[in-house]
Design a protein around this ligand. Structure first.
Ligand SMILES: C[S@@+](CC[C@H](N)C(=O)[O-])C[C@H]1O[C@@H](n2cnc3c(N)ncnc32)[C@H](O)[C@@H]1O
Length: 262
């Protein structure tokens, strides 16, 4: 079952997420040099939070944001200041089959929390390879085990989580596969870094709030996945209750993969 998060509230979640310690843009991108003259693609830009960071914090003057959701792009456009509209342009397109006009255009492409939502991550990586100029660079940021790594003795919740992993057609463990998927897509000099995300204390409270917002955006998706309102609501209730218990661990990994078009 495919991921769809067209709900308006998803933009609020994406905007708030970057203020949480585990999702700070600086933590993910401060180590990369991005020159202001580069042409940068934000692939799967959502509400445009990374596009605005690249312009405001890194001075990049030509940024294209691509997303398949027109709802998300409308929100992204509204969040731009008038003076930023020359530097940032948004396009509605499907990353798994990009039009020829996007080929060989970019010095850097960034896909942040996108491959974990697509049915065929390799197909998207091949398209991003095509979109780069010769020598261009891809930075992919994806989580591995987010949400489903909650460890709980509650058998009913464990069954729900297994059902979810079985039924979705995207990969909740794509993070660990980034390096070899990037190689298969044709990238060279592939390297990666990891961050262990151990949700406890303040970080657990932030992740719980993030999860409540995910559920609010995912209502119709979860109803369809679990087959009824009643099962979907029971799943959400159980998840949030088990997440409150400090003895139930929630630890997942963030992978940051980098590769070049040789
Ligand atoms: C979790 S959001 C991340 C948004 C943004 N990169 C960020 O870091 O806030 C994933 C985004 O990928 C977009 N997306 C998913 N599949 C896509 C596809 N095949 N083509 C284009 N965009 C896609 C969704 O619409 C959504 O906006």
């Amino acid at each position: 079952m495919s991921y769809t998060m067209d709900a308006e509230i998803e933009a609020t979640r994406l905007e708030r997420q970057v203020d949480q310690a585990n999702y700070r843009l600086g933590d993910e991108f401060d180590c990369f040099r991005v020159s202001p003259t580069e042409c940068v693609l934000d692939a799967g830009c959502g509400s445009g939070v990374l596009c605005r960071y690249l312009l405001r914090e890194r001075g990049v003057r030509q940024i294209h944001g691509i997303d398949s959701s027109s709802v998300r792009l409308d929100q992204a456009r509204r969040l731009l200041l008038a003076r930023e509209r020359d530097a940032i342009t948004f396009f509605e397109a499907d990353l798994s089959s990009l039009e020829p006009r996007f080929r060989q255009q970019y010095d850097t492409a960034i896909a942040r929390y996108v491959l974990e939502h697509v049915p065929d991550a390799l197909a998207v990586l091949r398209e991003l390879h095509e979109a780069l100029k010769q020598g261009g660079r891809l930075i992919a940021v994806d989580l591995d085990g987010v949400f489903v790594n909650l460890s709980t003795p509650n058998a009913a919740l464990r069954d729900y989580l297994d059902e979810l992993v079985d039924k979705v057609d995207f990969d909740l463990f794509v993070g660990r596969k980034l390096p070899w998927l990037m190689r298969e897509a044709g990238f060279v000099d592939v390297e990666y870094e990891t961050r262990l995300i151990d949700c406890r204390g303040a970080s657990r409270r932030e992740e719980a709030e993030n999860t409540r917002m995910r559920f609010a955006a995912l209502g119709p998706f979860l109803r369809k996945l679990f087959g009824s309102d009643q099962r979907s609501e029971q799943f959400q209730r159980l998840y949030l209750k088990e997440l409150e218990k400090p003895e139930n661990t929630l630890v997942f990994t963030k992978f940051i993969g980098v590769g070049r078009k040789g």
